[in-house]
Design a protein around this ligand. Structure first.
Ligand SMILES: Nc1nc2c(ncn2[C@@H]2O[C@H](COP(=O)(O)OP(=O)(O)OP(=O)(O)O)[C@@H](O)[C@H]2O)c(=O)[nH]1
Ligand SMILES: [Mg+2]
Length: 388
């Protein structure tokens, strides 16, 4: 801090000098009238003493604060005779005054300037407090546009500052939970039978394994009658895979080689509660994606589609997969391999982008254990890295 003392005739003069010397940021620390007489007896009219200061951030604050005495330097009319008692008293008085001033300046620095400087340092946060949280959400894998929307809603509800971090996080979670929407799994209270579910999605994401997990649960836990159909006859191994599950679980399996065989297979399962149809994994870039599906549904009564995607797939590819399945009127999102994933923001992203309901997620290779209903609370825990 730079401190200067001015002896001026009025405040106007002081302001002009202070502004030109110390700049616009200068503050006035003290003003007082100086009476005629004493040390200042040379002045005919009463003068004004103004002490002003300006903060110099680059300079160390440890240097002692000594207000240099500015011109006009009061000079005695006559050369001082050395060591008169009066003059010594006056010098002592002046020293006292300077000491008082130093104390005042230090007090001001401590009590007024410091909080101002601290506020300045944290201004970036207080100016746009939502930015820090948007950044945080993006680091959790949530798309910028969605992160911004969430913060917009938070700001409508509470004012964001670093003092209410916990409240902001809680508000973010509440809104994110809202965004997750309604969870739709297998309808276990449906009146009509059989209910048909078809599993679509890219190669190797876990369609067959997931279907087996769901079949096992419906059969073993819910005591439902299940029929399995596989339309994946591209590979012998694919049929074998489902056949193995069907034998272990004691659930019948129909293998169809042509779409036209589908209606017969469904007919054979008309007494079942649920029919689960496995399909061949296809690259989402495949041109046959839509035609394969169109062919199948020609031979199907109403079926609910689970679009199975692995959470290990990056955002760009997940979007591209979703784009390639745009021909579907409706579907439910089913994410696999959460156990292999390190970021869960895409669960929220894909739900918001598609507007489709989340259903289940799978968390490992083990049939039937590693599947869970996409419980919103759990997803929030996953996204916010509070995995239990
Ligand atoms: N870590 C992990 N692996 C899984 C999960 N679900 C499935 N897998 C594994 O992923 C591999 C592929 O699973 P499948 O069920 O054959 O995948 P698919 O989508 O039917 O594959 P295609 O029929 O070839 O398109 C297998 O090794 C599964 O054990 C999961 O949740 N976590
Ligand atoms: Mg398969």
């Amino acid at each position: 801090m730079k401190v200067k003392r001015y002896i001026v005739k009025d405040m106007n003069e002081a302001m002009i000098k202070i502004k030109s010397d110390l700049g616009m940021d200068a503050i006035i620390l003290n003003t007082r009238r100086i009476k005629n007489g004493g040390f200042f007896k040379l002045f005919k009219k009463p003068m004004l003493e103004v002490v002003a200061a300006v903060d110099e951030p680059a300079r160390s604050t440890k240097t002692p604060l000594k207000p240099p005495i500015e011109e006009p330097q009061p000079k005695p009319e006559t050369a001082p005779t050395t060591g008169t008692v009066k003059e010594r008293e006056e010098i002592a008085a002046l020293k006292d005054m300077v000491a008082t001033l130093i104390q005042k300046v230090e007090g001001i620095e401590r009590n007024q300037l410091r909080p101002i400087l601290e506020a300045e340092a944290s201004r970036e946060i207080t100016e746009s407090p939502d930015k820090k949280y948007i950044q945080m959400l993006m680091e959790l894998g949530i798309q910028e546009s969605i992160a911004k929307k969430i913060l917009e809603i938070v700001q409508r509800q509470i004012s964001i500052s670093d003092k209410n971090h916990e409240a902001v996080i809680n508000a973010i979670k509440v809104i994110a939970r809202e965004y997750l929407g309604e969870i739709k799994t297998i309808d276990t209270d449906s009146a009509s039978h059989p209910n048909i579910y078809m599993f679509l999605g890219p190669t190797g994401v876990g369609k067959t394994t997931t279907l087996a997990k769901i079949a096992a649960r419906l059969s073993l836990v819910e005591n439902k009658k299940i029929g399995l159909i596989t339309a994946d006859t591209y590979r012998i191994a694919a049929v074998e895979q489902l056949k193995t599950y069907s034998e272990i679980l004691g659930i019948p399996l129909e293998v169809i080689y042509e779409a036209s065989e589908l209606s017969d297979a469904i007919n054979r399962f008309k007494d079942k509660d649920y029919i689960l149809i496995d399909t061949a994994g296809r690259s989402h870039k495949s041109k046959e994606l839509k035609s394969d599906y169109d062919e199948l549904i020609q031979h199907l009564p109403a079926a609910t589609v689970f679009l199975v995607m692995s959470l290990t797939t990056d955002t760009k590819n997940l979007k591209s997969i979703i784009d390639s399945y745009q021909f579907l009127d409706d579907y439910r999102l089913l994410f696999t391999k959460l156990d292999e994933s390190t970021s869960y923001g895409n669960i929220l992203n894909m739900r918001v982008i598609t507007g489709k309901s989340l259903s289940y997620f799978t968390i490992g290779q083990s049939v039937p254990d590693d599947i869970e209903v996409a419980d919103k609370e759990k997803i929030i825990h996953y996204i916010f890295e509070e995995k239990k």
